[in-house]
Write a protein that binds this ligand. Structure first.
Ligand SMILES: *[C@@H]1O[C@H](CO)[C@@H](O)[C@H](O)[C@H]1NC(C)=O
Length: 294
């Protein structure tokens, strides 16, 4: 699917947007904005439309219409393009009221988990029933929200780097991804007018406990710049983290608390197992702290 998408992009004509660079000093006063349609409804299914913004000379967004997964709402797929890096996303409009409902960004964890896991097995508009079929999910979050599912970082799911999977191209940090995701949010909300200013929620699970706070911080940092440039800030309303992994050294200790004390539910382990666990946790922590300080 990835290869096909890239070929289609190379072979077919598409709405070309301006690639002008933006000088923060204001030396370049005329911004040539993208000529892509500013209504998602006008996008087409067989060709990518390219969006860009002068404030983000390194970033552009490729997007096309799709019929994937739901069937009752407008759906889109595309890439956040950052020079040689390309982050894949799905976007589903809300079943209730796309023109009024909030926008959610979703990422799975891992690191290395494709957001297709969340989409097809957890909170997406459809669930996979076997290797070839899906079924409608009445509990999908797009029942009452517009939602993005993003494959990140590069190398995960359909996200890829040019020049093949050599480490220097595919390795990317959460900090880098945060800048890319924030730029994407700005371009999306600026470009698709009906979404401009809409409340935005950034959500994830598991290793998303690391991703989501950094992504949200990047959006807030970027908002300060957007205001300077006269671009409406992204209306970040909340972050939502389920089963989040934040600081492993702190969390390791709570395995004992959960299994052996009434911290949440009654203890589930035997006293002898808990004694061994307590010792093991203490030893592991000592080792980890030593490793960390070297
Ligand atoms: C997958 O599920 C569909 C619908 O339930 C069924 O018709 C089809 O035979 C299944 N395919 C496989 C490979 O199990």
């Amino acid at each position: 699917m990835r290869v096909l998408a890239v070929l289609a992009f190379a072979a077919l004509p598409y709405a070309v947007s301006s690639k002008s660079t933006f000088d923060a000093s204001g030396a370049q006063s005329v911004h040539s904005l993208s000529n892509a349609p500013d209504d998602l409804e006008l996008l087409i299914t067989d060709t990518f439309t390219v969006l860009s913004h002068p404030a983000f000379p390194r970033h552009s967004v490729r997007v096309k219409k799709s019929n994937f997964c739901d069937g009752t709402v407008a759906a889109y797929t595309g890439y956040i393009d950052v020079e040689a890096r390309h982050l894949f996303f799905y976007f589903f409009e809300s079943r209730r009221s796309p023109d009024d409902d909030d926008v959610i960004f979703w990422t799975n964890g891992g690191p290395g988990g494709s957001s297709a896991i969340g989409l097809l097995m957890e909170l997406g508009p459809c669930n996979a029933v076997n290797s070839t079929n899906t079924e409608f999910n009445p509990y999908g979050w797009n029942d009452k929200a517009n939602i993005f599912f993003v494959d990140q970082p590069v190398g995960v799911g359909f996200s890829y780097a040019d020049f093949g999977p050599v480490p220097s191209n595919t390795q990317s940090t959460t900090e880098e991804a945060a800048v890319d995701i924030a730029a994407f949010a700005a371009i999306f909300f600026e470009h698709f007018k009906k979404f401009t200013g809409r409340p935005f929620h950034m959500a994830g699970e598991s290793f998303g406990g690391r991703y989501v706070p950094l992504f949200a911080a990047a959006v807030l940092d970027q908002n300060a710049r957007l205001v300077e440039y006269g671009i409406p800030p992204v209306n970040l309303a909340s972050v939502m983290i389920g089963n989040g992994l934040t600081n492993y050294l702190d969390m390791l200790q709570s395995y004992y608390d959960i299994m052996c004390t009434p911290a949440s539910l009654p203890p589930v382990e035997t006293i002898s197992a808990c004694v061994r666990m307590k010792q093991a946790v203490r030893q592991s922590l000592t080792t980890l702290w030593k490793l960390r300080s070297t």
